[in-house]
Design a protein around this ligand. Structure first.
Ligand code: ADP
Ligand code: ADP
Ligand code: ZN
Length: 215
């Protein structure tokens, strides 16, 4: 099974990917995560991407496409969750061809919707485990035991430099201008399902599960 998760920043794509990976044995491919790795490594791609990411702008399509193709091959046939890719119509079109070339099918595109004020509240409270990457929120999705990761027990957490109010606003703008136009493309292909991203993490997951099991 191969899925795409779409939705504005903070919609819960990463959080729901964690659940989907466990429940259906899928591999998550997050282009945002790959780019953050590159910036840590200070590669040429990482340096170029960092400036754009911190400004809340998208990284050019050709760089993203070159990065993701090999990563899909690395999964060696396991089902994938594409989180944060595609983000432009050009990326969606290239992905279609890429899937044909790799002999893969796209089962569902799941759009997670949340209202705009929620985007800012979610992004500005987001943090994650420095060791295993599990995502949390300081108000909505706290670790069960304060300051200890539920999954790996680590006490070290990190925040993203782009999770501030100003950058969040530009990311939201980029979403509306460049990413939302992909939705009609998948709708026309009969692949799109939309879920309400409001409510608890478990509640949203139950909605997604229903779609996945009907896919
Ligand atoms: P995305 O990957 O779409 O940017 P995340 O999954 O990282 O979004 O979620 C953004 C923030 O909101 C995180 O801090 C996460 O813990 C929190 N969050 C995720 N799902 C929910 C939910 N259903 N209700 C409240 N907060 C949530
Ligand atoms: P979020 O969790 O807020 O949805 P991501 O982690 O997916 O954010 O992405 C962080 C940043 O990385 C984006 O603001 C953008 O600069 C860059 N990025 C990630 N994926 C893509 C993509 N597919 N195309 C262009 N830029 C991307
Ligand atoms: Zn952890």
């Amino acid at each position: 099974m191969n899925l795409i998760l779409l939705g504005p920043p903070g919609a819960g794509k990463g959080t729901q990917s964690e659940r989907l990976m466990d429940a259906y044995d899928l591999v998550q491919l997050s282009t945002g995560e790959m780019l953050r790795q590159e910036t840590k490594l200070k590669s040429k791609l990482g340096d170029e991407a960092k400036v754009l990411m911190d400004a809340g702008k998208l990284v050019p399509d050709d760089l993203i496409i070159a990065m993701i193709s090999g990563r899909i091959d690395d999964t060696k046939g396991a089902g994938v969750i594409l989180d944060g890719f595609p983000r432009t119509t050009a990326q969606a079109e290239v992905l279609d061809q890429m899937l044909v070339d790799k002999g893969m099918q796209l089962d569902r595109v799941i759009q997670i919707e949340i209202p705009e004020p929620e985007v800012i509240a979610r992004l500005t409270g987001r943090f994650s485990c420095a060791k295993c990457g599990t995502g949390y929120h300081e108000v909505f999705n706290k670790p069960k035991v304060a300051e200890i990761c539920d999954k790996c027990g680590s006490k070290e957490f990190v925040r993203r430099s782009d999770d501030n109010v100003e950058t969040a606003r530009s990311r939201l703008r980029a979403y509306h201008e460049q990413t939302a136009p992909i939705l009609p493309y998948y709708e026309a292909a009969g692949r799109l399902s939309t879920v309400d991203g409001m409510g608890g993490v478990d509640q949203v997951f139950a909605r997604i599960k229903e779609i996945v099991e009907g896919a």
